[in-house]
Design a protein around this ligand. Structure first.
Ligand SMILES: Cc1cc2nc3c(=O)[nH]c(=O)nc-3n(C[C@H](O)[C@H](O)[C@H](O)COP(=O)(O)OP(=O)(O)OC[C@H]3O[C@@H](n4cnc5c(N)ncnc54)[C@H](O)[C@@H]3O)c2cc1C
Length: 417
């Protein structure tokens, strides 16, 4: 009989398998897709941002909703361990801007291949095309799993690493929530996170394809500022996307689901305070009095933005700069500092980098990642109610929880011998 049966062959499942096997357990990983690690292979735009060099405090600040739950997992296996582990399995890494750690080869496929090779070398067995749809229990212990084919596989300890509900084409379609719920585990509502947004009005669509760098996006929920991010964003046919929009989505996805008003305000000139920007506009208008407004705008904004700005400001681009009134100048300045988009919806799970919400942490032991309801059931990875910003934080959660849960599942089995 298998000692540890792991449901889900993602990064959390593989790390759990490798470390459980290292601790002497006979491990079987059940994966519903034809091959494991489908999602890992597309991470970081194919480059796989493995982890982040941030120190523990800064690292925890990137994670929600209960980062302290992860302290024992990070204590056991943190970012430096990830770098050392991948070095050991033949994947040297490099550190890039913002402490982001990537494989030197820039290849997520190489990362996946190395992980698979190490799992096999450690003695982990795999069964692919094996989707679990039921956990069987008896007298407060999980005894077996049932495949959709009704085949039953027994084990001594079980580890649920089925991932979240985002990018379901990779295999993670949220099965783990139903499996855990069937045993009495609570699941906090799940939402797409690190995801683009749909916005009201025509502006985003009119600007589709335009990417802006060095801008600041501010989030307003019901008129209250709820966050800001500086960097790059992208206009699309449906609304807004790009790194800062994805990052901020974790701040407002809950509010949006609750029907609250969410507004994203883009500051196109974050380096210039209002008075300084006004001075600059005044100077340019004075010095170029005979220039057409549409041409003068080129000194202030990317060309693609200009027709949309003129439309929103109801200004004629053929107007001479010296004809612009103080009131019009004020309107121009306002729009540059506060280009508003009402958020109407998040894009769907199929486009979300991660899932927020998930298995309630209240019913899980942080030191072992064992269920408080079934002592031989363990959890790891995105299925948990934990999620983080982009930057390598989410994979580190998967690795750390995988290691901790895998080792404790193996220990439990050995203690029973
Ligand atoms: C496009 C994209 C890019 C990303 N880039 C990064 C990045 O660069 N850095 C970073 O830190 N994070 C990144 N992430 C997030 C990261 O991929 C996830 O946080 C991570 O994969 C979670 O690992 P996991 O093992 O918990 O789940 P998953 O990787 O989702 O693996 C779960 C596995 O379980 C299997 N499974 C599900 N249900 C069943 C079932 N019923 N029976 C059997 N098997 C089942 C699935 O097929 C899947 O193989 C990215 C995500 C996406 C979508």
């Amino acid at each position: 009989m298998n000692d540890v049966v792991i449901i889900g062959g993602g990064p959390a499942g593989l790390m759990a398998g490798i470390f459980a096997a290292r601790s002497g357990a006979k491990v079987l990983i059940l994966e519903r897709m034809r091959e494991p690690l489908r999602k890992l292979k597309i991470t970081g735009k194919g480059r796989c941002n493995l982890t982040n060099t941030a120190d523990l405090r800064a690292f925890l600040a990137e994670i929600g909703p209960q980062p302290n739950f992860l302290k024992p997992a990070f204590h056991r296996f943190f970012n430096n361990d990830t770098v050392a582990f991948f070095q050991e399995i033949g994947v040297p890494t490099v550190v890039e801007r913002g402490g982001r750690v990537f494989p030197e080869s820039n290849s997520a496929v190489e990362v996946a291949n190395a992980l698979m090779a190490r799992a096999v070398k450690s003695g982990v067995s795999f069964r692919c095309d094996s989707r679990i749809h039921r956990l069987l229990q008896e007298d407060g212990r999980v005894t077996a799993v049932e495949l959709t084919t009704h085949e039953i596989i027994q084990g001594k300890a079980f580890l649920l690493a089925t991932g979240g509900a985002s990018y379901p084409a990779t295999g993670s379609s949220g099965d783990g929530y139903a499996l855990a719920r069937s045993l009495g585990h609570r699941v906090t509502p799940i939402r797409p996170a690190l995801v683009a947004v749909e916005t009201a009005g025509d502006s985003a669509g009119n600007l589709q394809g335009l990417s802006l760098v060095n801008v600041q996006a501010n989030v307003w929920i019901e008129g209250r500022k709820a966050g800001e991010a500086f960097g790059e964003l992208l206009f699309t046919h449906f609304g807004l996307s790009g790194p800062i929009i994805l990052t901020l989505s974790r701040r407002y996805n809950e509010a949006l689901q609750e029907g609250k008003e969410v507004v994203l305000s883009i500051d196109l000139k974050p380096a210039l305070e209002d008075p300084k920007l006004d001075l600059r506009l005044r100077r340019d208008l004075d010095e170029n009095g005979k220039m057409k407004l549409a041409n003068l705008f080129k000194q202030w904004l990317p060309s693609k933005l200009i027709p949309e700005f003129l439309r929103l400001l109801e200004l004629d681009g053929n107007k001479m700069a010296h004809q612009v009134s103080a009131e019009e100048r004020k309107k121009i300045r306002r729009l540059m500092k506060d280009f508003r988009f009402q958020v109407t919806a998040l894009r769907p799970f199929s486009e979300a980098i991660i899932t927020s919400g998930g298995l309630s942490l209240e019913q899980i032991q942080p030191k072992t990642l064992a269920s408080k309801l079934y002592p031989n059931l363990f959890f790891a990875g995105e299925v948990l109610d934990l999620d983080a910003n982009t930057g390598g934080f989410n994979l580190q959660i998967a690795f750390s929880t995988g290691v901790l849960a895998g080792e404790h599942a193996a220990q439990l089995v050995q203690a029973q011998v």
